[in-house]
Each structure stands twice: as structure tokens, then as C-alpha cells.
Design a protein around this ligand. Structure first.
Ligand code: PLP
Length: 471
């Protein structure tokens, strides 16, 4: 008899679930701690909480919770459109912006045929979703943690349909410059949709006017969210902004009631609460500066961030995560992002930041990363992170010169936090239809692909001073 695994979707069997930040209640239960004494700096949430105006609007919406929500999201889409000088037809609501990622795969990819391109250290959900959809991921090395846009362009093949770029990116916190973004978008061939993940857009100084590109009908999809600057992560509400033509396609792929009525009410009020957003940006800027300065003073390397979190090298991220958790401080281990030497810490309130910084030295004791300024050399960064997995079996013949993988390492939910699962190789698709030729004629504005020669691994070098990973 066939097992259920035999009849299940093969892509799903290989999937390692996304590892979210550990919830406060879980930590309290597991360690017997008082939930009120625990601080969570693990999911880039808003330390000020939700906008009070959003809370009020949600309270008012509650008595009507027996009605299905407005599936068309008329009022919220109108409010968003008005906010950005767009039309309602340019706005697609999602159950978090994560759902917009899913809608993009439904709309533009076919299993075993199409590919997506992203940076190696990009947000994990692109690759997870690709695996679920049976779509290959071309990961382009980003050795300094900033997406290498020319290399991403060169990685595009006739099968590429989506290219993902988060700016600021999670987990690195890095952004691309406005000039680099302009050049990148100008060079994109017409068979590829640019997905600009702008979950942390509102934290940027000198943010690019990407909405103007939507207004101009360019082939871009902007993904934005109410989870971060608005402090409404628990509602699961995000949106995509795109040309009416693209938005119409995305709309066809969604569930009829994907944005619930409480979330729609809260989001409308949150969007209008400019003061709450400004306070959030101010507290974030201040807290991030404190974290970065303190890391530098401790002799820790960190990735300068443009978002509401910082990626910092601690030598053994899993161990530091555990030690801090025992003290009631939840940060994010980066093992599932294949950056086991790092933790990512979200900017909290001034009190939370101070408590984290006070506990950090003890959590680092005995680990290689913790070297007081001017003391022992710090190893070169990223050596372990840049170990490229073997090209997946079955794809070796692919002419694309980049490493092709959708491998994700993650803790298995039941495994001890000291263990990781091995890299999951890509499972080759079922021998099915032969790849389609590109829907569009060969890209004209795209530079001819050049063979990619990987950089030789940097030789370990002593570094007497704390090093910032990028500027
Ligand atoms: C870069 C990036 N994109 C998208 C999301 C998804 O956010 P949400 O689904 O809460 O809107 C996140 C969440 O952390 C993120 O970091």
C-alpha cells in the first residue's frame, strides 16, 4: 500500500518549514519564565506596539465580525491608492506581504519550467515558496551582504520570470542605492517581473520613488506591509502595488477573503496615523545607532543596517541565542539563513535595547567573536557562510553559471537548537513538459550573459580592529 508520503506533493516533502522568531509564550512555557519579563527582539516588530488609532478602529469593527470581510477590500485599497496617488486597480491586498509572494508564483511561474533570481542572503520566503511551487531558484552570491545587481542581471535566463530584491533586505539590513536600482530596472528584460520587497521601506532615509514606476506602468511589483512601521504584524495584512494589468492577474490568484475585516479596519486607521509612524522611525533610528555603536565598542562585526534590526557576528549564533533566551531575551539565530555565526536583533525600546546590551557580553563569553577592541584578532567574516552547496543533481547541465539551489537549512522544530539539518538539495522536477521558450522575444536591453567565475575564497587574515562588514 502506498504511504501518504508516497502520494503527497514531492516538493512539500523536501520542504523545511520557515523558522519564525520564537514567541514569548513558548519561551515562558519552556523555561518557566514570567512572560512579562521576556523581551522579544526576534521578528523585527514594532517596539511601540500598534497605532492606537488602529486599535480603536479594530475595536469598532469587532461587532461586525460575523459578516465576511469585503473580499474586494474596497475601502482599504482606496485608502492605500489615495495615499500613494495611485488607483484602486493598482493595489492588491495580501494576508501579510508574504501572501503577495505566493500570488506572484501563482501568476508568473510554472513548476519545473520557470526560475526566479534572488540574492543568496535574501529573505527566506522567496526560496521556500519557489520550492513549494517546483520553481528553481538562482541564488546570486552577495559576498558583502549587499545584492550584486549586475550579477543578478547576468543570472537571468529565458526561464526566469521573477527577480526578487528586498531593500532593505532581511536578514542583512542592507539596501541598494537609488542609482543602482535605477540601472538595474532599466536593464531588466521584458520576460522578467521585478519584485521590489519594500517591507522596511518606511525606515529608509532617501527612499527611492518606486511608486512612480507603478504609476508609469513599469513591470514592477512593490510589496509593502502593515507589519513593521505600522506595528500590525499580528493582523497579517500587506499589499502589492503594480500596474493595473499585473494587479488584475494577481487578484485572480488570491482566495476570495484573504484579508480579514478586522485587519482591513486596523490598516486603514494605521495608514492615516502618520504620527505613530514618525515616532516608530525615530525610536528605530536611535536604537539602531545605539546597537551598532555598542557592537563596535565590543569588538563585534555587524552589517550596517537601513532597517529596524541589525545582523551581528557573534561566532556561534545558536549558542548566543540560547544563552540570551535563558535570560528572557529572544533574538534570532541565523542558522536557518545559513549564517550560523550570526544573530539578528530587532531594535526595541530604549529599555529593551539596554537590557539586551547589558546581557550580551556574558552571552558571548568564551566565543570566538567576542574580542575586546585591540585584543585578539577577529577571524575573517563569512567563511562558513560562503560555502556554496553543490549544484543540485539534475540541474548540472543547466547552462546558467550561477549556483542553483533552493537549499535552506533550518532547525527542525523538534530538534535541539544545537543541531541543524543538512542542506536539502533541489529535487529535480518530474520529467514533464520540456521547457517553454520565453514568452517574449530575446531580451534586448539585457547585457549578454557572461560566464561567472566565482571569487576565490578569501584567505584568513588577522584583523586587529573591529571590522564593519560593509558601509
Ligand atoms: C523582507 C521581508 N519581506 C516580507 C516580509 C513579510 O512580512 P508580512 O508577511 O508580515 O507582511 C518580511 C517579514 O519579516 C520581510 O522581512
Amino acid at each position: 500500500m502506498l504511504s501518504v508520503r508516497d502520494i503527497a506533493n514531492r516538493e512539500l516533502l523536501d520542504l523545511v518549514p520557515y523558522e519564525p522568531g520564537k514567541p514569548v509564550d513558548d519561551v515562558a512555557r519552556e523555561l518557566g519564565l514570567d512572560p512579562g519579563a521576556i523581551i522579544k527582539l526576534a521578528s523585527n516588530e514594532n517596539p511601540l506596539g500598534p497605532s492606537p488609532r488602529a486599535v480603536e478602529a479594530m475595536r469598532e469593527a469587532l461587532p461586525k465580525a460575523h459578516f465576511y470581510p469585503d473580499g474586494g477590500g474596497f475601502h482599504l485599497r482606496n485608502a492605500i491608492a489615495q495615499h500613494f496617488g495611485l488607483a484602486r486597480e493598482n493595489v492588491v491586498l495580501g494576508n501579510g506581504s508574504n501572501e503577495i509572494i505566493e500570488l506572484l508564483f501563482h501568476t508568473f511561474t510554472r513548476p519545473g519550467i520557470h526560475e526566479i533570481v534572488s540574492a543568496r542572503n535574501a529573505f527566506a520566503v522567496y526560496a521556500l515558496m519557489a520550492q513549494l511551487f517546483g520553481v528553481r531558484v538562482i541564488e546570486v552570491p552577495d559576498a558583502d551582504f549587499t545584492p550584486d545587481l549586475p550579477a543578478m542581471l547576468r543570472a537571468i535566463t529565458p526561464q526566469t520570470r521573477l527577480i526578487f530584491l528586498a531593500s532593505p533586505n532581511n536578514p542583512t539590513g542592507t539596501r541598494v542605492t537609488n542609482a543602482a536600482l535605477d540601472e538595474f530596472l532599466r536593464a531588466l528584460p521584458s520576460h522578467v517581473v521585478a519584485v521590489l520587497d519594500e517591507a522596511y521601506y518606511e525606515f529608509l532615509d532617501d527612499a527611492p520613488d518606486t511608486v512612480a514606476r507603478v504609476r508609469a506602468g513599469e513591470r514592477v511589483v512593490l510589496m509593502r506591509t502593515f507589519s513593521k512601521i505600522q506595528g500590525l504584524a499580528g493582523l497579517r495584512i500587506g499589499y502589492g502595488l503594480a500596474s493595473a494589468e499585473i494587479a488584475d492577474l494577481l487578484q485572480r490568484a488570491r482566495q476570495p477573503f484573504n484579508a480579514n475585516s478586522i485587519a482591513q479596519a486596523g490598516a486603514i486607521a494605521g495608514l492615516a496615523d502618520v504620527e505613530h509612524q514618525q515616532r516608530t522611525k525615530a525610536i528605530t533610528d536611535e536604537g539602531r545607532a545605539l546597537l551598532e555603536t555598542s557592537f563596535a565598542q565590543m569588538g563585534l562585526r555587524y552589517v550596517p543596517s537601513a532597517a529596524n534590526f541589525v545582523l551581528v557576528h557573534v561566532g556561534d549564533g545558536g549558542e548566543v541565542f540560547q544563552r540570551l533566551m535563558k535570560k528572557g531575551i529572544i533574538v534570532r539565530s541565523m542558522v536557518s539563513y545559513r549564517l550560523p555565526e550570526y544573530i539578528r536583533v530587532s531594535v526595541g525600546t530604549p529599555e529593551q535595547n539596554a537590557r539586551f546590551l547589558a546581557e550580551l557580553p556574558a552571552a558571548l563569553e568564551g566565543l570566538v567573536a567576542f574580542t575586546r577592541p585591540g585584543s585578539a584578532p577577529i577571524p575573517r567574516p563569512l567563511e562558513s557562510a560562503l560555502q556554496e552547496p553543490e549544484p543540485a543533481p539534475g540541474y548540472a547541465a543547466n547552462s546558467n553559471p550561477f549556483t542553483i539551489t533552493r537549499a535552506i537549512t533550518a532547525y527542525s522544530p523538534s530538534a535541539s537548537l544545537a543541531e541543524t539539518q543538512p542542506l536539502q538539495p533541489i529535487t529535480p522536477p518530474d520529467p514533464g513538459p520540456t521547457p517553454e521558450p520565453p514568452a517574449e522575444p530575446a531580451p534586448d536591453s539585457h547585457p549578454a550573459p557572461e560566464p561567472y567565475t566565482p571569487e576565490p575564497a578569501p584567505a584568513p587574515q588577522p584583523s586587529p580592529e573591529p571590522v564593519q562588514l560593509s558601509s
